[in-house]
Design a binder for this molecule. Sequence first.
Ligand code: ZN
Length: 390
Amino acid sequence: MAAPATPGALDSFTAEQVERARRYHRPLYVLMAVDMALDLAILSLLAFGPPGDWLARLLGSLPFWARAMAWPGVVMTVGWLLGLPLSYWRGYVHEKQWGFSTQTARGWLLDRLKGFAVGLVITVAMLFAFVSIAGAVGEAWPVVVAPGAALVVLFLSFVAPLVLEPIFNKFRPLADVGLTASLRELSERARVPVRDVLVADASRRTRKENAYVSGLGRTRRVVLYDTLVARDDPAYTRLVVAHELGHRRMRHVAAGTLLGMAGAAGSVLVLWALLRSAPVLRAVDATGPGDPRVVPFVLLVVGLLQLFGMPLLSALSRRWESAADRFSLAMTGDLKVFEDSHRALAVSNLSDLDPPRAIYIAMFSHPTPPERIRAGRRWAEAERLSPSVS
Ligand SMILES: [Zn+2]
């Protein structure tokens, strides 16, 4: 017997819709937790356990540069391979069962391989630099590594739309001339001149609908999934774009990048504090922060910091999403379109309408659709009560 839905969820959705979304999401939450535990267990064993000692003996005779690349390469590959069955079920089997995936298993695997390759190149390069610099600079290594890590985050945020996103999707300008003109008018009124509204070929992977903003400065853009454009509903598309323009206007991408930079630099300081400690170095059997043997430990610490930081980041993200929602409502001025769009989007994407509280606090980047609709009603009400606010 399922728990009854939180009363708020039933304001704008039926009990069947709440229950269906719940059935879709529950196994995913369980597997996500299992996946995370598996990752941390693998890293712990490689940092402190016999598998790590065995690998250290295996790589021991290699020259420094080869060990500095082999450690992150092997650790990442092992983690990826051991996690693959779980991610296959989560990302493919489950999505197929629920009618979202439009891929073949081969296409799915190819995507995973591409994602893994990108992550591998970035991680190996960063950890190679980490141990090389820590070994060469001596005690003051964080002075170089902390700003370096922050700059890598900045660089990735800037080049992601040009270099990383095209690895996974093809982008084309929006073809509908009338809609483009209407969206351009919207962006001018929002005082967010947008260089490009692009359409991504998301439909080769999924039937889910989405949109996002990315890039900094010259690389910034608004991207719509072709699945969303295919709905062919201009009012709906305008509302979604207005929300994304809100993110632009309030500089959420830039703020997120700054936060990522601070997080990267902060992680380096935590690692510095830990790797100065003799008991820590003894436990990981490393001679110092410049010994490639520290790699699994570094990845473990970074993973734990991300895990602990997640509730905070999720809470901030939910605030930004609410602000962008409010902006979209102010720009379009139509509560009915706002409600209908959020309802349609939630139903077709099977968004969780009533997530477990702990999951919501730990990892929800967006308020739930019932919360968003309720907030929209409140704002519309407040606007009517004080019409002088423009
Ligand atoms: Zn958003």
